[in-house]
Design a binder for this molecule. Structure first.
Ligand code: DGT
Ligand code: CA
Ligand code: CA
Ligand code: ZN
Length: 567
């Protein structure tokens, strides 16, 4: 899908025009970018079968540019603006606290174009001297640069998944490829991915190498032999493709899925049995005694099958040996999504659009949880707007459309642990998700006290994105997690596993620790447009990495039971 690429370029045109102080146009581009982001269909299909200017917010001139991006991967107007104003938006906006407005200001005042300009200016104390900045914001920027740089060559799981799906999808069309699958950290659903690893079975390795060379987004082919092809994608990761025979497919999957530590422990078991285990199979002397499937290899080693998400050598092998593996939650057991924003706060899709999209996913319920309170940046609701939303929800619920809508809200936890909502308004909700959106840097003791106090509010039923981290952007808050999990269990508050790819919060190890305290979980998406509802798979993957079982996930429960839980 080229939707993301189109939206990204439109957003950048908007930002560049804003720097040039062009009137009106920036808003138009931004609106169009948001609409493309929220579009349910593949934009390429849309261009083929419908009129691009039927998309709300897209006029004739922007439609032309979208067509140009679909056809050529870029837009001349955008290239021209970039030459005129050579700012590396992507890098600068990846620094926590820098928005388009600040980037614009820093360019105008200090001619900052990229991370290195920014770092120089901040280190020299020039940013603190600007009006509206100070020592603290300068230090925040320096910290932000360190984090943005830590991204290095790794990327978020959803980005890596999109790249991998694209390649495996195209190669799958070759008739001589009988099996192909992405492995490595991607298959283990790790929160960030270094390179993409792919295993294929084919009769014609030469043709695979040729096809890989021809992929339209390949930037460079490092090497292409009969068993291994290594390449780099344009604006993307390195990809290792390895080719195996049918007989070794399972062993190869197992080996290249990793983790390395999991592999090492398996090999030790094989050695104890006087066998050899490698990417071609289990061998007794020269004879292959297993290797066609992963199941076969595990069985031979006396182990139950372990889902890829478990393979981190965190006790899964012992559990597999003794028949004690967890009954992991699965994507198709999810019956609803309880963290969803709409146009009533900072979402892009309307209530009705969100409900329709949830229905299409086969959900039995959805919880609408727009921001409430004083958080200006998120266009938070007040009691008046909430009342209007509740009327709209009542109306849809009365139509008995086969999906139930819960009335929720995402409520900020104030610095002192009170909630940013009037008590009489809180009472009108079915439930509140309580989240940290400010005061990220309290001491561990203060932060822990704050969260535990907030847990005690009636209606606080889900604790949202607990660590508040943003991958490559914001460090997690300091917290006595064990104490919070204990309090959540005592108050019967579910812990969110936020599926948004730059959050994945709780992360895998926190989820596993919380499970140890008997906590329950809500895996949800924090959707801001209808497409985001599909991000659920990344939250489910994270939950599975945390050994989370179906029974403890509240949004696998039937409607009646969730309604009881929410109260
Ligand atoms: P990444 O790419 O950094 O996100 O992480 P992985 O896990 O995808 O690591 P990668 O791409 O270096 O290797 C893919 C898999 O291949 C890895 O998970 C396990 C296996 N592997 C790689 N190197 C070794 C090794 O030296 N020993 C063993 N036993 N397995 C290895
Ligand atoms: Ca890898
Ligand atoms: Ca690799
Ligand atoms: Zn939030």
């Amino acid at each position: 899908m080229k939707n993301q690429l189109v939206a990204k370029i439109l957003y950048e045109i908007a930002d560049l025009l804003e720097i040039k102080e062009v009137e009106f146009k920036p808003r138009a581009y931004k609106r169009a970018a948001m609409a493309v982001e929220a579009l349910g269909d593949d934009i390429e299909d849309y261009a083929k079968y419908k009129n691009l200017d039927d998309i709300p917010g897209v006029g004739e001139s922007i439609a032309k540019k979208i067509k140009e991006i679909i056809d050529t991967g870029k837009c001349l107007e955008h290239e021209r603006l970039k030459k005129e104003i050579p700012i590396d938006f992507e890098a600068l906006l990846s620094v926590e606290g820098l928005g388009p407005k600040t980037v614009k200001l820093l360019y105008k005042k200090l001619l900052i174009r990229n991370l290195s300009d920014l770092e120089k200016a901040a280190s020299a104390g020039k940013i603190a001297e600007l009006e509206g900045f100070g020592e603290k914001s300068q230090q925040d920027i320096l910290d932000g640069i360190t984090l943005a740089k830590s991204k290095g060559e790794r990327m978020l799981l959803d980005e890596a998944t999109a790249f991998a799906d694209d390649i495996t999808g195209k190669l799958k069309e070759l008739s001589h490829i009988t099996q192909i699958e992405a492995v490595g950290s991607l298959r283990r659903m790790k929160e960030t991915v270094g390179d993409i690893d792919i295993i294929a079975v084919t009769r014609n390795a030469k043709a695979v190498a040729e096809a890989a060379r021809q992929l339209d987004n390949v930037q460079k082919v490092y090497s292409a032999g009969p068993t291994k092809i290594m390449l780099k994608l344009r604006d993307g990761p390195d990809v290792d493709i390895r080719i195996f025979g049918e007989k070794s497919y399972g062993a190869a999957l197992l080996y290249f899925t990793g983790s390395k530590q999991h592999n090492i422990s398996l090999r030790e078991i094989a050695i104890r049995k006087k066998w050899k285990l490698n990417e071609y199979g289990i061998f007794s002397g020269k004879k292959q005694i297993a290797g066609k499937s992963e199941q076969e290899v595990y069985r031979k080693l006396g182990l139950d099958y372990m889902a890829p998400e478990l393979r981190e050598d965190r006790g899964e092998i012992e559990a597999a040996r003794t028949g004690n593996l967890p009954r992991l939650v699965e994507q198709d057991e999810i019956k609803g999504d309880l963290h969803v924003h709409t146009t009533a706060s900072d979402g892009v899709s309307s209530l009705q659009e969100m409900v329709d999209a949830a229905k299409q996913l086969g959900y039995a319920y959805i919880g609408i949880s727009d921001h409430y309170g004083s958080l200006a940046i998120a266009n938070s609701m007040d009691s008046k707007r909430l009342a209007i939303q509740h009327e709209a929800i009542d109306k849809i619920n009365r139509q008995s459309t086969g999906i139930h809508i819960f009335k929720g809200a995402e409520v900020n936890i104030n610095k002192n642990g009170t909630l940013d909502i009037e008590p009489e308004v809180l009472k009108k909700l079915d439930y509140a998700i309580i989240s940290i959106h400010s005061s990220f840097r309290l001491s561990q003791a203060e932060q822990t006290k704050r969260v535990i106090r907030a847990l005690n509010h009636d209606k606080a039923r889900i604790l949202g994105h607990l660590s508040a981290r943003l991958l490559f952007k914001r460090e997690p808050v300091e917290l006595d997690y064990e104490a919070v999990f204990k309090a959540a269990k005592a108050g019967n508050v579910a812990l969110e596993i936020n599926s948004f790819p730059n959050r994945l919060d709780l992360n895998d190890s926190h989820a596993k620790a919380a499970k140890g305290h008997g906590c329950s979980f809500a895996i949800d998406t924090d959707s801001h447009n209808a497409e985001h509802l599909r991000l659920m798979r990344f939250g489910v993957g994270t939950a599975r990495r945390g050994w989370i079982e179906t029974s403890s996930v509240i949004n696998t429960w039937p409607l009646k039971k969730v309604a009881d839980f929410l109260g």
